[in-house]
Design a protein around this ligand. Structure first.
Ligand code: FMN
Length: 190
C-alpha cells in the first residue's frame, strides 16, 4: 500500500476535546486550503469558500454560540453554556467550509453541495497527511442564522462542515466500519 493508502486505511477523526495545539500555522493553512480547493467541480463554479477561525478569533465565535444558547435555553446551567462555548475553543484551528451553491441553469444545486462536501474531505485528508488530526462536525451552530451571521455567511450560504484541526492527545480506537458485502453490488453478477 502507498503511504496515502495506509493513512486512509487508518484514518480516524479525533474529537476537538481530544486535540491540543499547535495547529497548522498560516503558511500551512494556505497550503491545506489550496489542496482542499482542488476538488472535482462540475461547471468549475467553485461553489465553496473557507472561513478560517484560529487563535483568539475563536473566542468571538464561541461567544456568539454561547449567546445564542443562552437566549434559547434561559434555564441552562453555567456548565451547559460552557459546553456550548467549548465547541469552538478546543481545536487550535477550525475551518468553516461554506457551500455557496446557487441555482444554476445547468449544474444542479445537489452537485454543487456535494462539491463543498468534497472540499471538506479533501481538507481532512490533506491535514491528516500534514500530520494533524481532524474532526468534520456540524451540530446546531452550523444551522443557526445568528451564528452564520457572525461568520459573515450570506443568506444563500450554508455550512458544509466545521473542520477542526489540531494535534492528537490520544489515539482513538478503531470503530466498526460498514460491512462491504452490504454496500457493494457488482452490477451484472447478481
Ligand atoms: C457532514 C458531516 C457532519 C458531521 N457532524 C458531526 C457532528 O456534529 N457531531 C459528531 O459527533 N460527528 C459528526 N460527524 C461525524 C464525524 O465527522 C466522524 O466522521 C465520526 O465521528 C466518525 O469518526 P471517523 O471519521 O473516525 O470514522 C459529521 C460527519 C459529516 C460528514
Amino acid at each position: 500500500m502507498s503511504e496515502m493508502m495506509t493513512m486512509m486505511a487508518r484514518r480516524r477523526s479525533v474529537p476537538p476535546a481530544g486535540m491540543k495545539g499547535p495547529g497548522p500555522d498560516r503558511g500551512q493553512l494556505e497550503q491545506l486550503l489550496t489542496l482542499a480547493a482542488r476538488v472535482p467541480d462540475h461547471g468549475k463554479l467553485a461553489p465553496f469558500r473557507f472561513v478560517v477561525i484560529a487563535g483568539a478569533a475563536r473566542e468571538r465565535l464561541a461567544e456568539a454560540v454561547a449567546a445564542a444558547a443562552r437566549a434559547d435555553l434561559p434555564g441552562a446551567t453555567a456548565a451547559a453554556i460552557a459546553a456550548e462555548r467549548a465547541r469552538f475553543t478546543q481545536a487550535p484551528v477550525i475551518v468553516a467550509v461554506v457551500s455557496t451553491a446557487r441555482p444554476h441553469p445547468k449544474i444542479p444545486l445537489w452537485e454543487q453541495q456535494l462539491c463543498a462536501g468534497a472540499a471538506c474531505m479533501a481538507l481532512t485528508l490533506a491535514a491528516n497527511a500534514m500530520g494533524f488530526v481532524t474532526s468534520w462536525l456540524t451540530g446546531w451552530p452550523a444551522f443557526d442564522r445568528r451564528v452564520l451571521n457572525v461568520l459573515g455567511l450570506a443568506p444563500h450560504e450554508r455550512i458544509a462542515g466545521y473542520v477542526h484541526i489540531g494535534q492528537a492527545t490520544a489515539t482513538p480506537p478503531e470503530r466498526e466500519r460498514p460491512d462491504m458485502t452490504q454496500i457493494v453490488t457488482w452490477f451484472g453478477e447478481e
